[in-house]
Design a protein around this ligand. Structure first.
Ligand SMILES: Nc1ncnc2c1ncn2[C@@H]1O[C@H](COP(=O)(O)OP(=O)(O)OP(=O)(O)O)[C@@H](O)[C@H]1O
Length: 252
């Protein structure tokens, strides 16, 4: 479980996160939703210690984020940031293999090679394996980054808007793939999503942030209604039912 206790964050006096208290379930897919600037990436970066905690505490599977050695934390959680800087003159296989770094310190073993190959296969990237990163499309590059994060082999995967640049087919494929990983490998996924229907369809648990505060949390059935969504996003969106599952008509 990830436990966030009384976490607040400010930049140059401006409050970004305001007294966040949250428990993220230890298995399954948890979606972080909310308007632009709500604080989703900031929260994810504090959980992954990409920036120091100013106030409050965070634990991941009982490890205190502020006090855990980096090597241990890197074997517990992997994060894909929104705009990661990547060396473009790397080949796809090399970048995915880089996910093994916390385990091998740069000395690639046969096991690392096998896990890299498995990650390439899982995300359907074998045909690109020997291509340079800068020859890929934006969507292909995004899938490579998800594969690299997956290849780290951690129980927790934190993904900040991984559907960026993906067309509808690949967005669905990726969400299905993540769902399968969560179900079959007992790994937990925390994912920032802007597409409310992807969140409602694939997440077990949804946390909604707005103006730096948690304004709603719970299973999709609890969040996917017009009243709750209006509170989160500030406008009225109809919610219909398709085969008993909510579908949000957020574009109307
Ligand atoms: N280093 C920083 N310095 C100043 N302000 C920052 C910094 N990082 C984030 N912010 C501000 O904090 C707020 C929350 O940003 P954050 O990126 O966490 O939001 P988000 O919910 O992930 O947004 P989006 O959906 O647009 O990616 C924004 O107003 C942003 O401008």
């Amino acid at each position: 479980m990830i436990v966030v206790n009384n976490v607040s964050l400010a930049h140059q006096g401006a409050p970004i996160l305001k007294d966040i208290n949250l428990e993220i379930p230890e298995t399954g897919v948890t979606a972080l939703i909310g308007p632009n600037g709500a604080g989703k990436s900031s929260l994810l970066s504090l959980i992954a210690r990409l920036q120091p905690l100013q106030q409050g505490t965070i634990t991941v599977d009982g490890l205190t984020v502020g006090a855990t050695p980096s090597r241990i934390l890197a074997r517990t959680l992997a994060i894909l940031r929104q705009d990661p800087a990547i060396a473009s003159r790397l080949r796809v296989r090399e970048l995915v293999a880089f996910g093994r770094f916390p385990h091998n310190g740069g000395r690639i073993t046969d096991e690392d090679r096998a896990l890299t190959q498995a990650a390439l296969e899982r995300f359907d990237l074998t045909s690109f394996a020997d291509r340079f990163i800068d020859t890929l499309s934006g969507g292909q590059r995004q899938l490579v980054l998800v594969a690299m994060t997956f290849c780290q082999g951690t129980r927790w995967l934190l993904l900040d808007e991984p559907l960026n640049n993906l067309d509808m087919f690949y967005a669905r494929e990726l969400m299905r793939g993540l769902r399968e990983i969560a179900d079959s490998e007992r790994r937990a996924i925390v994912i920032v999503l802007h597409d409310i229907n992807q969140a409602v369809t694939f997440a077990d648990y949804i946390v909604a942030l707005k103006h730096g505060a948690v304004v709603a949390s719970g299973p999709p059935e609890l969040i996917a209604n017009t009243t709750s969504l209006q509170r989160i996003f500030g406008y009225e969106m109809p919610v219909e039912s398709y085969h008993g599952r909510p579908v949000v008509l957020n574009h109307l």
